[in-house]
Design a protein around this ligand. Structure first.
Ligand code: PMT
Length: 224
């Protein structure tokens, strides 16, 4: 196969929605199907990268030529990412990470009873994985985040680019039809600290993955 700027690079991609347990039969999660992250992992592998895909539960088959690490909770994902990041050249966080989890998970199935018409589940903040990674980041390591927004897309995305010290941020307006969670298509704006935003058209997630990986590849080439 042809050599590319990504050949032999150690790349970590995350995908899917993390799960936070309420009790043995119930959990909190989100609509992520994993399709966006899996498409990026596949594209990276096709360009010769050495890819580890850290995946929360999905219904997808593992992409060819990619090493899989399966996780459930945000804490599992944080542990897997921070441990793999030490050896990584590039991290792409496409996973939809729970921002909050139940303060505790019940050992037994929670029962309804005649006297409780309402119940409250108390939540606590989870670790921000990309912020943790920012503190470990060495020169030459590239970090790529996503921003799933339903309003003020570019403003909110710009803030995440800076606060999480990212090299690229892929912003998707998930309130638009065909964009973001679950479906086969996406439309994104790629932000970089030193470049004008690049807006893609609405296209299959594999096409979007190519465009995202093109930008990552160009940065690797520039910085290498
Ligand atoms: O999986 P699909 O169905 O294909 O859908 C794709 C997608 C919508 C999930 C994907 O395109 C996407 O936007 N992924 C990121 C979803 C998300 O968690 O966005 P956020 O704006 O809440 O988080 C911003 C960034 O910080 C993300 O890179 C996220 O992975 C990361 N994060 C978030 C919370 C947390 N505790 N730690 C993190 O590192």
């Amino acid at each position: 196969p042809q050599t590319t700027p990504l050949t032999g690079k150690n790349v970590i991609v995350t995908a899917g929605g993390t799960r936070e347990r309420i009790d043995p039969v119930r959990f909190i999660t989100n609509d992520s199907s994993g399709k966006m992250g899996y498409a990026i992992a596949e594209e990276m592998a096709q360009r010769g990268a050495d890819v580890t895909l850290i995946s929360a539960p999905t219904k997808l088959a593992p992409p060819a030529g990619v090493a899989m690490v399966d996780v459930l909770t945000t804490e599992d994902l944080a542990d897997a990412v921070t441990s793999a990041f030490k050896q990584a050249d590039i991290l792409v966080m496409a996973a939809a990470v729970a921002d909050f989890k139940p303060i505790s998970s019940a050992d037994q199935k929670i029962k309804k009873s005649a006297d409780n018409d309402e119940m409250t589940i108390k939540l606590t903040k989870t670790a921000d994985i990309l912020k943790r990674v920012a503190q470990m980041k060495r020169p030459g390591q590239l970090t790529v985040g996503f921003a799933a927004e339903t309003q003020n897309l570019l403003d909110n995305a710009q803030k995440k680019l800076i606060s999480k010290q990212l090299d690229l941020l892929i912003a998707n307006d998930v309130s638009k039809p065909g964009v973001g969670f679950n479906g086969d298509t996406n439309q994104v704006t790629i932000l970089q600290p030193d470049q004008a935003p690049i807006k893609t058209t609405l296209a299959d997630k594999h096409v979007i993955a190519k465009q995202v990986v093109d930008q990552i590849s160009q940065r690797v080439q520039k910085e290498g």
